[in-house]
Design a protein around this ligand. Structure first.
Ligand SMILES: *Cc1c(COP(=O)(O)O)cnc(C)c1O
Length: 433
C-alpha cells in the first residue's frame, strides 16, 4: 500500500535507514529488481545495459543460465552450503577443475588458499604470507594502486580519501611510481632500483612488491609488458616476492584468464576474487608457489572460507576456459570497443580524450572533468557506466565478457551519444563563462 502511495521506485527507505557510506546507489539512483546477461531492469521495468559488471564481479553476466541450473540443482539436493574450511565435494570439484582447466595448461604450479571471500582478504593473506616467509615488514606498492579497504590493503592503496578513512597511520608500506607515472620517457624501474641499491635511500628491503598489471580503480593505467617483465626480474634480483593483485583484472577481463599471461611472468603470489565465483557470489583465492606455503594450520582463519554455493558456480565458470573460443570472443569485443572509443576521441579533439585500457577494460580519460557528467547522462539513457581515477576523470567501459554483439553495439552507440552531448554542454558552459 505504502509503496503504491510513494511510487514503487522511491528510495526513501535507503535514505532513512541505510548508512551514508552507500555509494553506487547514488550514481545509479533507481531500485533494481532483476537482471539477466548484460541487462538489468528496475522496479518500473526500465532496462539498463550493464557496462560496469559489478566492478568486475560479473564477467560472465547476470544469472548465467548454466551456472544457475547447476546451483539450483545443488540447493535442491541439500548440498552443503557453509562448511568453514572442511573438505566438501563442491570444494574438491572446484580445486580439481581449477587445476585441470586453468593451472596445468598454463604450466603453473600453485597451492590454493581460501581466505575470507573478498578481494581485500585475498590481499591481506598475501601480505601476511610474504612477511612471514621473508621475515621482512615493508611491502612495495604503486601510485594509484587499489587493493581494498582493510588496514593492510589500505596501506598499499594510493587514494588519499580511502587512506584517510583508516584513522590510524598506515605503515610498513612504501609507494613507488607505476609504469608511466613519471612520463613516457622515464622507466620508473630504474628509479625504483636506485632506491633499492642505495643504503642511504631510507628504504629497507621490502618483503614483496604488490602490483596490478592494469590499474582499474586508479584510472585504467596499463603497465607495459616490458615493465612487468622488468619488475619480475627486479623482484628476483633483490629477493622480493612478486604479488599480482588479479582481483579485478583476472578471470579474463584483459583477455587471458590471468592478466599476467600477456607478458609471461609468473608471480609468487596471486590474489583473485570478484569474478572467481562466477555468479557474483562471494569467493576469493590466494595462489602461492608451493615452497611459500609456510602457513600454520588456522593461522589465517575465517568463517566464510567455505562458501560452497560459490564453489559450485566457480567450477561452472571454468567451462568458459576449456578451449580458446571465449578468449577469441573477448578479443573481438575488445577490438570493437577500441575502435568506437578511438573514433570518439578523434572526432572530438577539443576534449583531449586519451584512450586507456586493454581487453574489455577500456576507457577514455578526460581533462575537462566531464567523465562524471557522461556517466550521469548514460544512466538517464539506460546505460550503467562508472568512472575511475583519483578525480573520477576516466569513463570505464567494462561490460560482462559474455555480452552479445548487439548489446555491446547498442551500449556503445548510447555511450557515443552521451559523450557528444556532454561535450556540447561543456562547450556552451565554457563559452558562457
Ligand atoms: C575490488 C578490488 C579489491 C578489493 O576487493 P573487495 O572484494 O572489494 O574487498 C582489491 N584489489 C583490486 C584490484 C580490486 O579491484
Amino acid at each position: 500500500m505504502n509503496e503504491q502511495i510513494q511510487g514503487s521506485n522511491h528510495l526513501q527507505v535507503f535514505d532513512d535507514l541505510e548508512s551514508e557510506v552507500r555509494s553506487y546507489c547514488r550514481s545509479f539512483p533507481t531500485k533494481f529488481q532483476r537482471a539477466s546477461g548484460y541487462q538489468l531492469w528496475d522496479v518500473e521495468g526500465r532496462p539498463y545495459i550493464d557496462f560496469f559488471a559489478g566492478a568486475g564481479a560479473l564477467n560472465y553476466g547476470h544469472n548465467p543460465p548454466e551456472m544457475k541450473k547447476t546451483l539450483i540443482e545443488y540447493l535442491l539436493k541439500d548440498g552443503i552450503s557453509h562448511s568453514l574450511d572442511m573438505a566438501t565435494e563442491a570444494k574438491e570439484h572446484f580445486l580439481s577443475k581449477f587445476n585441470e582447466v586453468i593451472l596445468k595448461p598454463r604450466g603453473l604450479n600453485y597451492k590454493v588458499m581460501f581466505p575470507g571471500p573478498t578481494g581485500t582478504n585475498a590481499v591481506e593473506s598475501a601480505l601476511k604470507l610474504a612477511r612471514k616467509v621473508t621475515g621482512r615488514q615493508t611491502v612495495m606498492s604503486f601510485t594509484n594502486a587499489f587493493h581494498g579497504m582493510t588496514l593492510g590493503s589500505l596501506a598499499v592503496t594510493g587514494n588519499k580519501f580511502k587512506r584517510r578513512g583508516a584513522g590510524v597511520p598506515l605503515n610498513h608500506a612504501v609507494s613507488m611510481p607505476y609504469d608511466g607515472y613519471m612520463g613516457n620517457e622515464v622507466n620508473t624501474l630504474d628509479y625504483i632500483e636506485s632506491f633499492l641499491n642505495d643504503s642511504g635511500s631510507g628504504i629497507s628491503l621490502p618483503a614483496a612488491v604488490i602490483v596490478e598489471t592494469l590499474q582499474g580503480e586508479g584510472g585504467i593505467n596499463v603497465a607495459s609488458n616490458e615493465w612487468l617483465i622488468g619488475l619480475a626480474d627486479l623482484c628476483k634480483r633483490y629477493d622480493m616476492l612478486l604479488i599480482v593483485d588479479d582481483v579485478q583484472m583476472g578471470c579474463g577481463r584483459t583477455g587471458h584468464f590471468f592478466s599476467f599471461e600477456r607478458c609471461g611472468i609468473v608471480p609468487d603470489i596471486v590474489c583473485m576474487s570478484k569474478s572467481i565465483g562466477g555468479y557474483g557470489l562471494p569467493m576469493a583465492i590466494t595462489l602461492m608457489k608451493p615452497e611459500l606455503d609456510l602457513w600454520e594450520p588456522g593461522e589465517h582463519n575465517g568463517t566464510f572460507r567455505g562458501n560452497n554455493l560459490a564453489f559450485i558456480t566457480a567450477a561452472g565458470a571454468l567451462d568458459y576456459w576449456k578451449n580458446s573460443q571465449f578468449q577469441l570472443e573477448i578479443e573481438a569485443n575488445a577490438e570493437l570497443i577500441r575502435s568506437v572509443l578511438a573514433g570518439i576521441v578523434l572526432s572530438l579533439p577539443d576534449l583531449n580524450g586519451e584512450l586507456r585500457g586493454l581487453g574489455m577494460m577500456q576507457g577514455i580519460a578526460f581533462q575537462s572533468g566531464i567523465a562524471e557528467r557522461i556517466s550521469a547522462i548514460a544512466f538517464e539513457r539506460g546505460l550503467i557506466l562508472e568512472t575511475s581515477g583519483t578525480d573520477s576523470e576516466v569513463i570505464k567501459i567494462m561490460p560482462p565478457l559474455t555480452i552479445q554483439r548487439a548489446g555491446l553495439e547498442l551500449g556503445l552507440r548510447i555511450l557515443t551519444g552521451c559523450i557528444y552531448d556532454a561535450a556540447v554542454e561543456n562547450k556552451s558552459f565554457a563559452e558562457a563563462k
